[in-house]
Design a protein around this ligand. Structure first.
Ligand SMILES: Cc1cc2nc3c(=O)[nH]c(=O)nc-3n(C[C@H](O)[C@H](O)[C@H](O)COP(=O)(O)OP(=O)(O)OC[C@H]3O[C@@H](n4cnc5c(N)ncnc54)[C@H](O)[C@@H]3O)c2cc1C
Length: 461
């Protein structure tokens, strides 16, 4: 880790900003956070759902029910914590192979020089509430007919109810030459922490030429992240005086910059175009030719045909397609046509064929954005439905499709918004969703990690 860049600057809105806050600054941010929580709480924007309260006789019935959670990240841990808040002696087991947890929503800020590497790492064990049992292994296979999973070491973990929160991963093989390119000095991606740190150095030292950013087809983990790193990089080059000597290209498979939310799309597009960033739509990265530093795209034409487009690069931020982990995409819990995701009802989050299995987070085929903001709304639904089912009641809690996004448009500025399944803004007036504000930048940098780690992961959501 390069520590030098964190000791010299004082402003956390800029690249490589000092992460150590003065007391005065800390008080300012606490004040900002308190203000946001107070306003949000008063209006209900935060959408806080208090822990389930169940009777002691119901709790006693649940004490011997075996809840198993596959995947101990933000989805799995938040559901497990909600279960334990409702049933303090619940039998909750989490299967998770990693010792270090990564706060992935912070990756963009690491690559942008705002966070240090250690700001996004947590000791996995510290995430477990007392009472959670940890199987430090990976799921090798799901065996839903036998109500058990097989682990990497060959053991079986049996369950009465299973929650699947395995997330999604990049699929390097989806872009020919990606793995080779990412090892060169000219390409890096924020979808990997080490590569994101390399990107930060690449961006800082970039002197000019073609900077090329891409956005893949299919489902994408945090659909705003490829745009955010493009826009922050352009802002960095503008502020360090290098912008005139370069062309900044954003190639996306979409038909516009942020099609999931039309109002945000309409607000942000002119701002980005005014900055001279060249957006290329319906363009899918298929290959990278490292020897000539060329990114090769397949463009969809209006008549349905395709054509190959070649773009030379001096700096490349490629994002390949995503896939679910192997035991999910090649196992019995997925279905045709959903790209290896977990087959769930998008409202109850219950598996469509196995009623004692639920999904949470990125791996579930809900059509919702693959973000931690989505999980904040899904986890309480899963926990409530699990408890209902275990008490022989209907799973009546429904996920309404709400998600959120802190769209970092430049250093010190962020558009914050929540939206529903139809792409309508939620609480637009409160967020001032289509405005770039300093307040939401500060909240992204200082507040959201606390929300993730101390509110969600402790089951308070
Ligand atoms: C660059 C970037 C920027 C992002 N920005 C934001 C943002 O601004 N806001 C936001 O809300 N979200 C953001 N996200 C998205 C957010 O990080 C994810 O949506 C979230 O982490 C998904 O949580 P999850 O629990 O579903 O899966 P993950 O966090 O991906 O975790 C999956 C877990 O399953 C485990 N696992 C995998 N395979 C197995 C197996 N076979 N057996 C057992 N365990 C297994 C993994 O070790 C991991 O711990 C960003 C992500 C990235 C990469």
């Amino acid at each position: 880790m390069n520590t030098d860049i964190h000791d010299s600057k004082k402003n956390m809105s800029g690249p490589d900003a000092d992460n150590k806050m003065s007391r005065r600054k800390a008080l300012k941010y606490i004040g900002t956070g308190a203000g946001v929580v107070a306003v949000g709480g008063a209006t209900g924007f935060y959408g806080y759902r208090r822990s389930l309260r169940i009777s002691s006789s119901d709790a006693a019935k649940l004490r011997n029910v075996r809840f198993v959670v596959a995947g101990g990240s933000i989805g799995g841990i938040t559901v497990a914590a909600r279960l334990l808040r409702a049933v303090p002696n619940a039998n909750v087991t989490i299967i998770e192979p990693k010792s270090i947890h990564h706060y992935q929503p912070g990756y963009t800020l690491v690559a942008a020089g705002v966070y240090k590497k250690e700001d996004v790492l947590f000791d996995q064990e510290s995430l477990f509430l007392s009472g959670m049992r940890w199987v430090k292994d990976y799921v090798a296979a799901f065996e839903p007919e036998k109500n058990r999973v097989k682990t990497g070491s060959g053991d079986y973990v049996e369950y009465d109810y299973l929650v699947v929160g395995l997330g999604v991963e990049v699929n390097p093989a989806s872009v020919e030459g990606f793995s080779e390119a990412i090892e060169t000095p000219h390409a890096a991606t924020i979808y990997n922490l080490e590569s994101g740190m390399k990107y930060r150095e690449m961006a800082k030292s970039f002197q000019g030429g073609n900077a090329v950013f891409t956005y893949p087809a299919g489902f994408v983990k945090c659909g705003g992240a490829p745009q955010k790193i493009t826009w922050l990089s352009e802002d960095l080059w503008r502020s360090n005086g290098k912008r005139d000597g370069m062309d900044v290209h954003f190639f996306t498979n979409h038909t516009s910059l942020f099609p999931a939310v039309p109002k945000v799309d309409a607000a942000v597009t002119p701002l980005i175009e005014a900055r001279g960033i060249q957006n290329h739509y319906r363009s899918d990265l298929r290959a990278i030719d490292v020897s000539t530093r060329t990114a090769i795209f397949e463009d969809q034409m209006p008549d349905g045909s395709t054509r190959e487009v070649r773009q030379k690069y001096d700096l490349l931020h490629p994002v390949p397609r995503f896939r679910t982990p192997k035991p999910l995409r090649e196992g019995p819990l997925t279905a045709e046509g959903i790209g290896g995701q977990l087959q769930v009802d998008r409202e109850t989050l219950q598996h469509r064929r196995y009623s004692n299995i639920f999904g949470v987070g990125d791996c579930a085929a809900t059509g919702a954005p693959k973000t931690a903001a989505t999980i904040r709304k899904q986890a309480p639904v899963v926990a409530e439905n699990l408890i209902s089912l275990a008490l022989d009641r209907e799973p009546a809690s429904l996920y309404d499709g709400t998600s959120g996004c802190p769209l970092l448009t430049r250093y010190g500025r962020c558009m914050m918004f929540e939206f529903d399944f139809k792409g309508n803004l939620v609480n637009e007036w409160l967020y001032q969703s289509t405005r770039e504000t300093r307040l939401w930048w500060d909240f992204k940098v200082h507040g959201l990690k606390q929300l993730y780690r101390h509110v969600m992961m402790n089951g308070y959501v």
